[in-house]
Ligand binder design. Sequence first.
Ligand SMILES: [Fe+2]
Length: 229
Amino acid sequence: MAKLFHLFPLSVLQASIHLDADERMRLVDAILEMGQDRLAQKAPGIMWTGDLNGHELLHNDPRFAGLFARFAQPLNEYLEFLRVDQQKVQLHFTRSWGTISRGGDSTQAHSHMQSHISLVYYLSKPADSSGIAFVNKDSPNQFAPHLFGPPMVSRGIVRETQMYNSQKIYLEPQQDDVLIFPSKALHEIPPNRSQAVRVSIACDIVLTVRDSSGLEYMMPDPRSWKALS
Ligand SMILES: [Fe+2]
């Protein structure tokens, strides 16, 4: 019998946080209030993201301290899954922001190239509100250019798509879920099919090594850095 080896997968960790209802309401209200500041993303159908509207440091906001503390466990599970020694590295939240998605809002494919690990927490996710799609237009299995693209499926050249022959894989997280993935992974938010508001929190995290001696790669402890004066 033939056997298939699935080499070089992209892994996304999903975990749940269990925030109580009062805290959830308080944090949703805080982000909706931030959402009144709209410096960018003024076109209709574009999701509000705090990073572009002056609210990109939620990890330093005391109102969110309890929530960020809860992110530690899934982040440690992610490192453990990848066999990264937690004793030898340190994670740092560098940017974090709320997002507000109303009916029809979406975000085009992008990645967070300045960061190492990204985390999304679904603070308020009504039924039918959008999840997240991961995109790879040059997946290792795609042996001919564009073979797995939508036209090949609509023309019947590819009979059906599944995770081994897709350019885009959609995940449907639930309220209270955390997703963790490499920041370089291209992802997009499809249009929100719910009229109810969806609120999530996105975090960019940088990993440094506690001891950089003898290492050619990896970022040293920021306490050893020196700013150019
Ligand atoms: Fe993103």
